[in-house]
Design a protein around this ligand. Structure first.
Ligand code: AMP
Ligand code: MG
Length: 299
């Protein structure tokens, strides 16, 4: 998944469980990878039709539902745009408006026809699970670790997944990176129990051209990096896939629209950082955030 992962498991014997988690992630990578030509998703992208394994088909169905729920801000068909900007190959390119317009004709969930495990992509559209795969993978590991009664904290790039309570009774502490200096933290969340804490940030993947910074979270309306006034969105939710999907979608929406979306929802909380470095926290996290100044977004 092109990122660094680390797992901390709390049990007397953790080797087998850790190995199982690594295996789960590797299996998912092999299924969902868009760059490994042998993966079922890459084959579907190449041929426009195919059969997905059951877990990938379920992931696609849930991702399409979340795309509808976010009014298209999350769009699993952005892959042609992601390629146009050169992110998978790192052969970066700033497309012309004409190039973007052409690609946009092949982007949108209306190009995906799914009947169970059978999927057709029309007009050359291509899938990308990059916005949800890590959260889904972390959730699969969390589900397994819960069956083993093992408390854990998993870090998959910008995704953190806690499982159970920390054995010493303390809170799980999760730092939120400073978008301007990602090695340092701007705030800390103190949480208990099982949660997904997922951050989407403009600083996580980007390139510079003529002094302009182009990041990897694309607005499916313009086909360009989302300029929403936000530099980082962190979602806290019980479900890893939901948290990952919404971190990307709410980044695209921007603070105002994302706040309205949150007010209409009851399954997540969020921390937003805007491009002036201001921190905004939804009401449910007001007592959980430390080490920073922040503004509470009320219900
Ligand atoms: P995340 O880091 O979870 O926000 O996911 C970002 C990744 O998802 C990018 O690197 C792209 O591969 C893909 N992506 C970019 N923009 C979108 C979008 N609007 N909807 C869905 N996937 C996207
Ligand atoms: Mg995401």
């Amino acid at each position: 998944m092109d990122t660094v992962m680390s797992f901390r498991l709390y049990a007397e014997k953790t080797d087998d469980a850790a190995t199982h988690c690594v295996q789960l992630i590797q299996d998912l990578e092999q299924t969902l990878s868009v760059t490994d030509a042998a993966s079922p998703v890459a084959q579907l992208n190449a041929s426009g039709q195919g059969t997905l394994p059951e877990n990938a088909a379920q992931l696609l169905q849930k991702t399409l539902e979340l795309s509808t729920r976010t009014d298209g801000a999350l769009d699993p068909t952005v892959y042609l745009l992601v390629c146009l900007w050169g992110f998978p190959t790192k052969a970066y390119h700033v497309p012309t408006e004409a190039e973007r317009t052409e690609a946009l004709h092949k982007v949108g969930c209306s190009h995906v026809i799914q009947d169970g495990q059978t999927v057709i992509l029309t007009d050359g559209a291509q899938l990308d699970f990059g916005a949800v795969a890590k959260g889904y993978a972390a959730q699969c590991c969390a589900d397994y670790l819960q069956t083993q009664d093992i408390a854990a904290i998993l870090t998959l790039g910008g995704n953190v997944q806690t499982v159970g309570d920390k054995p010493d009774g303390a809170d799980w502490q999760v730092g939120i990176a400073d978008p301007d200096a990602p090695e340092t933290t701007l705030a800390t969340l103190h949480l208990r129990g099982t949660n997904a804490i997922v951050t989407s940030g403009a600083y996580q993947r980007y390139f510079l051209k003529n002094g302009v910074r182009y990041h990897h979270i694309l607005d499916p309306v313009t086909g360009a990096p989302a300029e929403s006034g936000l530099t980082s969105v962190t979602i806290v939710a019980a479900d890893g896939l939901l948290a990952d999907a919404l971190s990307t979608a709410l980044f695209v929406m921007g603070l105002e629209e994302a706040s309205a979306f949150w007010r209409a929802s009851y399954d997540f909380e969020a921390v937003f950082i805007d491009d002036a470095g201001k921190i905004f926290v939804t009401e449910g996290l007001a007592d959980a955030i430390f080490d920073c100044d922040y503004t509470v977004i009320p219900r």
